[in-house]
Design a protein around this ligand. Structure first.
Ligand SMILES: C=C1C[C@]23C[C@@]1(O)CC[C@H]2[C@@]12CCC[C@@](C)(C(=O)O1)[C@H]2[C@@H]3C(=O)O
Ligand SMILES: O=C(O)CCC(=O)C(=O)O
Ligand SMILES: [Fe+2]
Length: 366
């Protein structure tokens, strides 16, 4: 049967992770061990991944420290019920356990942000990752999910219901976290309300969900679950199963810090590139990757928040200092980042205030 033209040779349709007895060259990444890996558990001293408890009166200061120094933290006391998170995880596991032919009905088409298969970033690399992913928009949940379950049966209904409930909780939590971030910048409640009235940041934020499945791997030292990257939006909540695999990059000395996975129901919060721009560099995005292991599959969920596609993001006056970045929309930033991947440059540097209007529009359009 002819292969649909939108499938590349890297499409997971051609690779059965379950049957693999070794990691082939197509999936073997060089340079994975250039930096040591350390544990980021709570007793790890300066490598302990910061923890923020939203119920704590000192939460805003804890967010400020973590967002300035790490660009990431574990979030506890968020109020999203354990029982809901358990149902979400069970439904995700069920979705990834579908036969490949069924998952591939929803394959990501070129240029689409939603769909099944490798995440968009994979198109910039020659090697394939040891994972499958599924991206969808909670705003179009029912129609997006019909590509996966065209008959709209029992599994479709349960998946949609649980994801709608989860999205409801997460969208409300996103507003609360945005308030906490503004307080962390030093804004009083009144100033934060004025910022929101002027820019409508929290009100207009959009959510995208990306689910990751990292099958167990016969030779985890050669393979990579998700290539090192920064998230591009404002911030991301990551829910990881009890299997560790997420690593955060830290400088001085350069190392990967493994985020502990045993903290029941904690979300990892990653600061994204557009938030670095919005906060004028006060909070910085975090470079992170996911590794795989020999014994267990791993599942994670990313709930990505960012501005609507037509909204320019520029440094907030209230963040202080001379604006360090130019104003960009999310799609414009993605275009710059694409360019950066192909040239090895830094996308954030490319949108710094020192880039001229003309150079920026060249970068976006070319
Ligand atoms: C909202 C988004 C962020 C994301 C691109 C996307 O449109 C949907 C998938 C997201 C994801 C998940 C895996 C890593 C990542 C870099 C990628 O390729 O797809 C992120 C994107 C991002 O943060 O830029
Ligand atoms: O699997 C993980 O823990 C990280 C996932 C991630 O970074 C992403 O989806 O952007
Ligand atoms: Fe990420």
């Amino acid at each position: 049967m002819p292969t649909p033209s939108h499938l590349s040779s890297k499409d997971p349709r051609y690779f059965d992770f379950r049957a693999a007895r070794r990691v082939p060259e197509t999936h073997a990444w060089p340079g994975l061990h250039d930096h040591p890996v350390v544990d980021g558990g709570h007793s790890a001293g300066e490598d302990a991944v910061p923890v923020v408890d939203m119920r704590d009166p000192g939460a805003a200061e804890a967010v400020a420290r973590a967002a300035e120094q790490w660009g990431a933290f574990l979030l506890q006391g968020h109020g999203v019920p354990h029982e809901l998170l358990a149902r979400v995880e069970a439904r995700i596991a069920g979705m990834f356990a579908l036969p490949a032919t069924e998952k591939m009905r929803a394959v990501r088409r070129p240029g689409d942000s939603c769909g099944y298969g490798s995440p968009p970033i994979s198109s910039f690399f020659a090697k394939s990752m040891w994972s499958e992913g599924y991206t969808f928009s909670p705003a179009n949940l029912r129609s997006d999910l019909r590509r996966l379950w065209p008959k709209q049966g029992h599994d479709y209904r349960l998946f949609c219901e649980v994801m709608e409930e989860f999205h409801g909780e997460m969208r409300a939590l996103s507003d609360r976290l945005m308030e906490l971030f503004l307080a962390a910048l030093g804004l009083t409640g009144e100033q934060a309300a004025a910022v929101e009235a002027e820019h409508r940041i929290a009100e207009t934020m959009t959510a995208t969900m990306h689910l990751n499945w990292y099958p167990k791997c016969p030779d985890p030292k050669r393979a990579l679950g998700l290539i090192a990257h920064t998230d591009s939006g404002f911030f991301t909540f990551v829910l990881q199963s009890l299997v560790p695999g997420l690593q955060l990059f830290r400088h001085g000395p350069d190392r990967w810090v493994t985020v502990p996975a045993e903290a029941r129901d904690a979300f990892v919060v990653n600061v994204g590139d557009l938030f670095q721009i919005l906060t004028n560099g006060r909070f910085h995005s975090v470079y992170h990757r996911a590794v795989v292991n020999r014994d267990s599959d791993r599942i994670s969920l990313g709930y990505f928040l960012g501005p609507p596609a037509d909204t320019k993001v520029a440094p907030l006056r209230e963040a202080g200092g001379k604006p360090a970045y130019r104003a960009v929309t999310w799609p414009e930033y993605m275009a710059v980042r694409k360019k950066a991947f192909t040239t090895g440059a830094s996308a954030l540097k490319m949108v710094s205030a020192s880039t001229s209007d003309d150079d920026l529009s060249d970068l976006i359009s070319s």
